[in-house]
Ligand binder design. Structure first.
Ligand code: KIV
Ligand code: ZN
Length: 526
């Protein structure tokens, strides 16, 4: 490898696999395709699209992603099991560049309790799985699960075996987020120094955030010689999550003196990627989250604002523009015309025909009657809400009357149209939201479904801000997020609940049409 190549760091995004695997982050096919296309456009080198053997749905989404990704390598995960690898190879087959990522645990704890395998058996499984994967592609990645808690001698032996069997990338996960930057740097250095064939593979870092050190560990690993970083948008992932891509990329860009590496990521797309993922999963990032939190570029105190006016460098180490954050401009109000509205929509990426434009303009005027100032984010919420309604066929929200306040009981009367037939129900509950959700259950019974999350988010500032509500429902193995937006939080809540029910109903119809059982083919495990 030449010196110039050695400076390049490859970005391996696992939002759609390790990220999606975390509770409540599941996405449907359409949502996964949207994220995959965005990652590809952003310049990610490798997209880990899923774990094809985990379920039929996972297989189909990896396969569909493999068909649409243009530049990135599409990767699928598989255990050290031949059938997993075959299924994975089939799923990624349509991709122009494909990678099989196979893994097995190497730590004493995992080998004894999870795998119940001894060291020699694990070594044999590595040899067999990597060479079998090599029959389908020459781009094979091997991971030592719980690598950071593995004994050095055995890890060296395992890595050497994987490289001899044909692995071109060796990933050393800090699966449980236990390592510190000092440990992790020493681990990568140890492998570089001791594994005789290490120059034949790229070393990769994969850090979980249980101690809040995932990004620091990843960067320490790269400084010790790793050249691939595994990460996720917004740091989503198992438990406390994975290393956040936006933090890694901006640390590299901002601190070139410490991290003199190049990568292909278009940093100006970071905000869009973060917001799109939040919208799709219903996981809003905390306001003070580095790079993508709502306050990450806000300067509140008088002293800071004064400094910023004198010189931006006083309190700003990166510009908001570098991550694609533009001021949420005040766009218009009730006097704005159709022409300006169309131009604004085009700016925001919505191209509409005349009829759709008239319809959107009417909804914009309604909103302008309720809300004095309309920002970009209001228009995006308005358009997204409409597309959700258009895609919700079985159950439609019609109207809602709420009685709330200190003079209980709180009641809700709701009208829904189910398959074209309008029904009404009234219920009381512990507050208006509970009452409304009960009324929805009366009209459309779904006792097999649990409410996992109810979240309200103000789209913009101000007391007249639109509320964007996320409702997460679970039915058997399916978890879906519903969204709704309105200046009235109760209406947004009803729309979000109905949206989630429509998604579940869609899953049911699909399963019935395919004569499928809805359970995963195999449990994801050792
Ligand atoms: O954290 C981990 O160990 C993993 C492996 C499957 C790569 O996600
Ligand atoms: Zn992981």
């Amino acid at each position: 490898m030449s010196d110039i190549e050695a400076e390049r760091v490859y970005i391996f995004d696992t939002t759609l696999r390790d990220g999606e695997q975390s509770p409540g982050c599941s996405m449907n096919l359409e949502e996964k395709l949207k994220i995959a296309a965005l990652l590809d456009e952003m310049g990610v080198d490798i997209i880990e699209a899923g774990f094809p053997m985990a379920s039929k749905g996972d297989f189909e989404s990896v396969n569909a992603i493999a068909k649409i990704v243009k530049n990135a390598t599409v990767c699928g995960l598989s255990r050290a099991i031949k059938r997993d690898i075959e299924v994975c190879a089939e799923a990624i087959e349509p991709a122009a560049h494909r990678r099989i990522h196979t893994f097995i645990s190497t730590s004493p704890l995992h080998m004894k309790h999870k795998l119940q395998m001894d060291e020699d058996t694990v070594i044999e499984a590595i040899r067999e799985s990597v060479s079998f994967a090599n029959k389908f592609t020459d781009d094979v990645e091997w991971s030592a699960e719980d690598g950071s808690r593995t004994e050095d001698d055995f890890l060296c032996r395992a890595v050497e075996t994987a490289i001899n069997a044909g692995a071109r990338t060796i990933n050393i996960p800090d699966t449980v987020g236990y390592a510190t930057p000092t440990d992790y740097s020493a681990l990568i250095t140890m492998l570089k120094n001791r594994v005789p064939n290490i120059d034949k593979a790229i070393l990769s870092v994969h850090c979980h955030n249980d101690l809040g050190l995932a990004v620091a560990n990843s960067l320490a690993g790269v400084n010790a010689g790793a050249r691939q970083i595994e990460c996720t948008i917004n740091g989503i992932g198992e438990r406390a999550g994975n290393a956040a891509m936006e933090e890694i990329i901006m640390a590299i860009r901002t601190r070139q003196n410490q991290y003199p590496y190049t990568n292909n990521i278009k940093t100006e797309m970071i905000t869009k990627a973060s917001r799109t993922l939040s919208k799709v999963t219903g996981f809003n990032v905390q306001p003070n989250k580095a790079i993508v939190g709502a306050n990450a570029f806000a300067h509140e105190s008088g002293i800071h604002q004064d400094g910023m006016l004198k010189h931006r460098g006083t309190y700003e180490i990166m510009t908001p523009e570098s991550v694609g954050l533009t001021e949420s401009n005040l766009v218009m109000g009730k006097h704005s015309g159709r022409h300006a509205f169309r131009a604004k929509l085009e700016d925001l990426g919505y191209t509409l025909g005349d009829n759709a434009l008239n319809d959107a303009f009417a909804r914009f005027k309604d909103l302008a009657d309720q809300k004095k100032e309309i920002f970009d984010d209001d228009i995006i919420a308005l358009m997204d809400d409409k597309s959700r309604i258009d895609n919700s066929h079985d159950i439609q929200f019609i109207d809602l009357v709420i009685h709330a306040g200190t003079d209980g009981p709180q009641t809700a009367r709701i009208s829904l149209s189910i398959d074209g037939k309008t029904s009404h129900a009234e219920a009381s509950g512990n507050g208006p939201v509970d009452a409304m959700f009960k009324a929805i259950r009366d009209i459309y019974p779904h006792d097999d479904t649990d409410l996992l999350l109810y979240n309200v988010h103000a789209v913009t500032g101000g007391i007249d801000a639109q509320a964007e509500v996320t409702v997460r429902l679970q039915q058997n193995s399916h978890i879906v997020n519903g969204k709704g937006a309105n200046v009235d939080t109760m209406i947004a809540s009803a729309k979000a609940y109905v949206h989630a029910l429509n998604k579940l109903s869609h899953i049911k119809h699909l399963a019935a049409a395919n004569g499928e059982d809805e359970q995963p083919i195999y449990e994801v495990g050792p």
